[in-house]
Design a protein. Sequence first.
Length: 357
Amino acid sequence: MLVAGARPNFMKVGPLYRQLSRHRGVKPFFVHTGQHYDYNMSESFLQDLGLPKPDAFLDAGSGSHAEQTARTMVAFEKICLQTKPNLVVVVGDVNSTMACAVTAKKLLIPVAHVEAGLRSRDMTMPEEINRLVTDAVSDYLFTPSRDADENLKQEGATTSKIYFVGNIMIDSLKAALPKARQKNALADFGFQPKGYGLITLHRPSNVDLNEKLGGIVKALLKISLKIPLIFPIHPRTLKNLHNRRLAEGLKSHPRLKITQPLGYIDFINLMMNTCFVLTDSGGIQEETTFLGVPCLTLRDNTERPITLTQGTNELVKLPDLTEKVRLILDGKWKHGKIPKYWDGKTAQRIAAVIRKI
Ligand code: UD1
């Protein structure tokens, strides 16, 4: 049983679904928890990633963390009791991931976690709590990098549970590149290759606080004087811009373009051609490292340190942002390399283990 719920889950489940479908004796069953439900946060991703219609849709929806988690658990328990899966596979670190891992484990169903072992050590992030709980109850821990193995061992996980398989996001990214090259999303926005910056921000720590969000908008307007920016905007961020009356001034800004969240292929097209990315996403730190695109991460920490040590990513604080962008525009950014096993074959490695299980 493969579980996905929110936008960053679909690219992790897609390659595994396809691999498992090819194995005789394994029948994948795809559960969509419904944590994300807007067309452009969910269905468009299923289409772009070639995922089938979910075998079960739980309709968990939005709400407080407790409400969302509880609704997911109640609905997922019913599906598990009805279908009796031999293994539940959860991915990433969203609320759905944790809710389904705990529910399955209490029903004595073995649990596998893809993207295990990542740690930001920041307990104010809901995702960090989700990661810790999910890994603590999982029987099979599939890690994207060696630092994740070390984190798990330090927390007492037995080595035999840990499988270093690489980064499954890169499987989806590699598979999507030919299609993304054929797209011309940047021209649709009037951009030249490397002639714009790409922004994505949605973390509560950046967009839920009045002062911080106001400061971010100010900095973006300043940077846009040097290079035009495009900002595909997450529903949480848009809601907060409206609530704080910051949206009006941005609506028709000529050099800071706000748009709906984009589909997967369009977004990759913009990411592979951009001069730089400013983000607080986890997955985008990894995708830019793979693509060799400069990435500024507006956070105090990252659970993906390999993107700092080997890749093109750097953590940045708001007051330093314009200076960092200047360095990138002057061509003074590190080049980075692609980490081990970020090679498009992670789903194959996981499927081989699952088949043995
Ligand atoms: C969730 C994940 C986060 C991930 C992000 C990617 C958790 C704790 N957070 O954050 O790790 O990086 O997804 O997008 O699981 N909304 C819509 N339409 C949707 C989904 C959400 O309008 O399809 C709005 C709702 O107002 C909702 C808010 O966005 O309350 C936040 O959604 P939620 O799923 O709670 O968290 P995200 O911020 O999306």
